[in-house]
Design a protein around this ligand. Sequence first.
Ligand code: ADP
Ligand code: MG
Length: 323
Amino acid sequence: MKYNEFEIISNFFNKFQKKEKNLIKGIGDDCALVKMPKNSILAISTDTLVEGTHFFKNIDPKHLAYKTIAVNLSDLAAMGALPKWVILSITMPKLNFQWLKRFSDNFFKVLNQYQVTLIGGDTNRGSLSITLSTYGLIKGKKTLLREHAKEGDLIYITGSLGESAAGFFLLQKKNYIINIKTRNFLIHKHLHPTPRVAEGITIKNFANSAIDISDGLISDLGHILESSQCGANIELNQLPISKKLINNFTQNNCFNWALHFGEDYELCFTVAKKNIKQLKLAIKKSLIKCKHIGYITTKQKGFNLTKNNKKIDFKKIGFNHFN
Ligand code: ADP
Ligand code: MG
């Protein structure tokens, strides 16, 4: 794609962006150059979305642009980092100006919303895939690592779980009977998950550990448990499952989706008892909405699930991913 590469970059990606004070050089040289502010840690992450694996073949490029940014910013959110810069590597089978325009218009719109600057990338020919690398800043020295959960920590989830799964389900089952407004709301939740950036920054100073829920609560909280060498007690009735789900789907579906589906991109985090006052204050100031679902234990490894305080056999909640 060498001949058209520069054309693509200049038409669709090297667009006017608001000047960012730490950026010395963005798109247009061999490297981008950024100045590191004092007393900050640089958080770096990358994620690839591949056609057929992470998104459907005929996805609206506008939605693809959104999702690419959202899933990447979600990783920074889970570290309590403020997103600053991104690098976009895009591989496409052919030149499709209409597609590129729709993709890049929304890409810049969303970047602008989060005050993030595109500082470089790469453009190639091949099966459609998009890789975004993100760079964010963590203020001060405190970090929010998966390995820092401690016995007695309370476990919280932002927002709600399972709505993205329900949206995905509805995209497959076009004639599932459900109120049209609710259908659209849930599909929107699937296509437009909100990365919990502000929430991540809010909890960073008082939480012990955090992760974003991309693969499902069991899988993702499982990473915290493994890294921190501990277990978790979770009460199923405490899971943040919205009325929209409870009123429209079986309880089994709701629990399954909340525990196993993922793609809600909510944060799961753990807070020591002595820091709960700080969390309560943040809730009071409307900096975060979250729900307590259980606590960290070292008496067992892995999960202990209860429903109304009665132990639940893990396997009884059949695993059902729709994937
Ligand atoms: P090089 O050959 O030095 O890697 P390229 O021709 O690949 O340079 O890219 C030229 C400039 O355009 C670089 O600054 C690069 O970061 C940027 N760039 C290339 N592709 C993209 C893209 N898809 N989005 C944003 N910037 C891009
Ligand atoms: Mg290059």
